[in-house]
Design a protein around this ligand. Structure first.
Ligand code: GLN
Length: 514
């Protein structure tokens, strides 16, 4: 008997359905649901008592991992990813797999063979309006299904991946907490790669405590992941952060934060930022200030180049990673039509890739392949790597804590530096999705309700990442926490960024502002 139901077969017979109360049908967050019934779970925050959903680009032996792509439709991995294994050992219930943008490429969760995820947030005045008539907005992407599953109370927490903002953006749009940990702290073994030097597994939850509980269970050294941070470097970073944490009484409801320095990066307020988002940020700053923290402006001058550098690097790595899906060794093959010239070299390969990859993935593969050609390598790829280095040194220049992985190691903290940075998670609230039969699939449009020249070229979608990619390029921990609502009544998130390995400090501060 099958251990799971795929979204085509999700029905009211699912043992989880009494927990979901039909919500998945409207939200489209889960694409496979475990058949294991939800046990009577005591109210406690131990991982063993949590129901956790897992993004569909993370391998699970009991359910498919499709990456929302035709290329992997029906693929059931023969193993669990290390993260999933750790959760199972801790006793967590794996509820199901969550919808996402194809191979993690997108910001709106509209590039999916499973169709878009619908943001479950209900504007207060719409609470009485039936689901089908409510305003349809994006849940954000690419981990939109994970954020929506948490927001719609279909699970306690969800695993997502964040390459350039894919956890923080949907967390912000759906009004939940989302952590992208420091690069290398959570194992990527068994996670289907998009861009290895940026990919991080992270956690979404209703509150920081739940996220922290899951984080503690999964953030350990994994010898199977060559980029997993060693126990030694973890200890080094967390010892320094622990000393800092102990100097503030975070356990108190109203902690005394005097001495804590919070930086507001001046470059994180681009022209595209919706001004009503600022009210939420101001409220958070006011709260931290009232607890004694000093809030100071800082400058990260290379920020304007981050988005372009990110898209060159991520696409280049994606083109290399996705080369394995040739329909021969990996991926589902599309046979040649009758009468086709079978002797033409690469015919099956080309047909497989052009029919089974969606348009966004094909665009990235082409862009990435071009950036790696001899002609373009120096001007694009190397240039992007130089920008990445500048972004890293910008961060190191403002933080109090030294980067423990930098060489030569700088041992002493800079007293004038900041402990964390604070910025709006996104430039706007959740964008509207198109209505009607067309669910806003990216092959026709970019899913945005408005049609502007930028929207038509997909540029609007890329702009959504403008505030999240710098921390990704630098491998830093970043946490988006809900911080109220925009003028339209939809959730707004505020992000806290810390030095590498200071994830605990980031979560402590996130807890104060949530
Ligand atoms: N929107 C970004 C992209 O498409 C980020 C995606 C991600 O973090 N997985 O690359």
């Amino acid at each position: 008997s099958r251990l799971f139901k795929t979204n085509a077969a999700l029905s009211t017979e699912s043992p989880w359905e009494h927990v979901f109360e039909g919500r998945n049908t409207s939200v489209n967050a889960l694409v496979s649901i475990s058949n294991r019934p939800a046990s009577e779970r005591p109210e406690s925050s131990r991982v063993g008592n949590l129901a956790i959903a897992v993004k569909d680009n993370i391998c699970t032996a009991s359910m498919p991992a499709t990456c929302s792509s035709n290329m992997l439709r029906g693929f059931v991995p023969p193993f669990d990813a290390t993260v999933v294994n750790l959760l199972r050992i801790a006793g967590a219930d794996i509820v199901g797999k969550t919808n996402c943008d194809e191979f993690g490429m997108g910001s709106l969760n509209v590039n999916s063979i499973h169709d878009p995820v619908i943001n479950p947030h209900q504007v207060a005045s719409a609470a009485a309006v039936p689901w089908a008539e409510r305003e349809r907005r994006s849940a954000g992407g690419s981990s939109g299904g994970s954020a929506a599953a948490v927001a719609a109370s279909m699970c306690d927490a969800a695993l997502g991946t964040d390459t350039g903002g894919s956890i923080r953006l949907p967390a912000s749009y759906c009004g939940v907490v989302g952590l992208k940990p420091s690069y290398g702290l959570i194992s990527r073994w068994g996670v289907i790669s998009y861009a290895d030097s940026l990919d991080c597994v992270g956690i979404l939850g209703k509150n920081v405590d739940t996220v922290k509980t899951v984080y503690d269970a999964v953030s350990i050294f994994d010898p199977k992941d060559p980029t997993s941070a060693t126990t030694e470097s973890r200890d080094k970073a967390s010892t320094a952060a622990r000393d800092r944490i102990q100097s503030f009484d975070f356990e108190e409801a109203e902690p005394n934060l005097s001495g804590l320095r919070i930086g507001i990066p001046q470059e994180y307020f681009p022209a595209e930022l919706d001004s009503t988002i600022l009210d939420s940020l101001r409220r958070v700053i006011k709260r931290l200030h009232s607890l004694g923290a000093s809030v100071v402006p800082v400058s990260l001058p290379s920020t304007p180049y981050a988005l372009s550098a990110y898209y060159v690097i991520a696409s280049a790595e994606a083109s290399s990673n996705l080369a394995r899906y040739d329909g021969i060794q990996f991926g589902s093959r599309t046979s040649l039509p009758p009468g086709a010239d079978k002797s033409r070299p690469g015919a099956v390969y080309a047909r497989t890739r052009s029919t089974n990859f969606g348009s966004e993935v094909q665009k990235r593969v082409l862009l990435g392949t071009y950036a790696l050609t001899a002609d373009a390598f120096d001007n694009y790829f190397l240039q992007a790597q130089r920008v990445r280095k500048l972004i890293r040194s910008d961060f190191n220049a403002v933080f109090r804590a030294p980067h423990v992985l930098s060489s030569p190691p700088t041992a002493t903290p800079r007293i004038s530096g900041v402990d964390v940075l604070l910025h709006p998670s996104a430039i706007r609230t959740a964008p509207p999705l198109l209505r009607g039969g067309d669910l806003g699939r990216a092959s026709h449009n970019d899913g945005l309700g408005e049609s502007s020249p930028a929207a038509a070229s997909g540029l609007d979608t890329y702009l959504q990442d403008i505030l999240t990619v710098p921390a990704s390029l630098a491998g830093l921990p970043a946490l988006s926490v809900p911080a109220g609502y925009g003028a339209d009544g939809w959730p707004v998130g505020v992000s806290v960024i810390g030095q590498w390995g200071c994830d605990d400090l980031v979560m402590r501060i996130g807890h104060v502002v949530e």
